[in-house]
Design a protein around this ligand. Structure first.
Ligand code: PGA
Ligand code: ZN
Length: 438
């Protein structure tokens, strides 16, 4: 077995795309063949509509950066994590991640911080790949990798990602019939620009939300979907034929535990009366939207703890569309396992910082796939220039990626990385409709 000795582990505080601090780590390892030092960086993203069951993002809680500083997490990288990992073999990712978990000693990374552990876990994989002179996707996925993911491209933002009146968090287009990833990306960008023109013509705002999608004030989800269909057609594509629509309702943000109802603040403010829906009404609402629009996927259609509701939702819609658990599963195999047993949802959203190590995120993808669930690799609303998730989507063969609009550098960094991977794979590269409707 090759030995890639971990030489240094170093963390620092950097900024994410919302101007909040986050953790970056670099790891250096000794090349097994030439004895040279190879260094790689990784940076951790951060959510806004975070699930209640996510691993802990350690924040300083002091006055600097309004309490959001990550100096304690960085200190954990530089001291506890560095001393636990230096001298070990970077090729043993699972063992290194186990040591991170053991050093932390909690269920939810509450001691070291999942932001500290993840930065190191990802930088470690990147450094190992570099020392072996392999692209990251190849190092993680092996010799058979070839599938480029279909983007779930978020072109209209609402919810916690914008200050408009749209209550659903994300409206996404999926170029399911494109020939290549590059072609799919182009189609999405063309739709995005058409949407901008349509919004301008209607006198609506073309300012963008946290993930780069437009964030106009609209009365409800139906009007957002109508605009998207119009943009798809204006770009010359067939809604439902060339382009599918995906939604992330992020409904845990709408759910009120006291009333047991979903509250729609945007719709309410425009109608001048409170708009509420219970679980049954939410499902009926989705059925109504499915009749009118080519929706292929709904994420977090119900709240993170409404297992009964999720079972009903899956019984009612699971044969027709993809139902993605984000806050429901939080990239956690225990929650995913519970969901599989209950037949709740049929896909998992995989966000590496929800769980805090690379190996655990890979386990979640594997468990999903072994049980007939799809997996979608995802960014967070607060991102950095780090492109690890692009390689991860290719390596794990997930066939789908969620990484925002074709706008804002932290989003395009991932898309551009996928363009480079597709070119590098050459004739081996393949791109296909993840729902198998060829
Ligand atoms: P978040 O949003 O990163 O703010 O949690 C992304 C999502 O809900 O999918
Ligand atoms: Zn989500």
């Amino acid at each position: 077995m090759l030995f890639l000795e971990i030489q240094k582990v170093h963390g620092r505080e950097i900024l994410d795309s919302r101007g909040n601090p986050t953790v970056e780590a670099w790891v250096s390892v000794r090349g097994p063949l030439d004895g040279r030092e190879y260094t790689a960086l990784a940076a951790v993203p951060s959510g806004a509509s975070t699930g209640r069951f996510e691993a802990v993002e350690l924040r300083d809680g002091e006055t600097r950066y309004f309490g959001l500083g990550v100096q304690h997490a960085v200190k954990n990288v530089n001291e506890k994590i560095a001393s636990a990992l230096v001298g070990r073999n970077a090729l043993e990712q699972v063992e290194a991640d186990r040591i991170l978990m053991e050093t932390d000693g909690t269920e939810n990374k509450g001691n070291l911080g999942a932001n500290a552990t993840l930065a190191v876990s990802l930088a470690l994989a990147r450094a190992a790949a570099r020392a072996l002179h392999l692209p990251l996707y190849r190092y993680l996925g092996g010799c058979s990798v070839r599938k480029l993911p279909v983007p779930m491209m978020n072109i209209l933002n609402g919810g916690r990602h914008a200050s408009n009146t749209v209550d659903f968090q994300e409206f996404m287009v999926m170029p399911i019939k494109a020939e290549t990833f590059a072609d799919g990306l182009r189609i999405c960008a063309e739709i995005y620009h058409n949407l901008k023109k349509i919004l301008e013509k209607k006198g609506l705002s073309t300012g963008v939300g946290d993930e780069g999608g437009f964030a106009p004030n609209l009365p409800d989800a139906q009007s957002a979907l109508e605009l998207i269909v119009e943009a798809v057609q204006a770009a010359g594509y067939g809604p439902g034929q060339d382009i599918g629509i995906a939604l992330d309702v992020a409904s845990s943000e709408l759910y009120n535990e006291k009333t047991g109802m979903y509250h729609f603040p945007g719709e309410s403010s425009l109608r001048g009366q409170e708009v509420l829906r219970d679980t049954g009404e939410m499902i009926a609402y989705y059925e109504e939207l499915l009749e009118k629009f080519p929706i292929l996927s709904i994420e977090d259609g119900l709240a993170e703890d409404d297992w009964d509701g999720w079972q009903t939702l899956t019984r009612r819609l699971g044969e027709r569309i993809q139902l993605v658990g984000d806050d429901l599963f939080v990239t956690n195999v225990k929650r995913l396992d519970a969901g599989i047993k209950l037949k709740a949802a049929n896909a998992i959203l995989v966000k590496v910082n929800q769980i805090g190590t690379l190996s655990e995120a890979l386990n979640a993808v594997q468990m999903a796939m072994e049980n007939g669930y799809r997996a979608v690799i995802s960014h967070r609303s607060g991102e950095t220039e780090d492109t690890t998730i692009a390689d991860l989507a290719v390596a794990m063969n997930t066939g789908q990626i969620k990484t925002g609009a074709p706008c804002r550098g932290e989003r395009t960094a991932k898309y551009n990385r996928l363009l480079r991977i597709e070119e590098e794979l050459g004739t081996a590269a393949c791109y296909m409709d993840p729902f198998g409707r060829m």
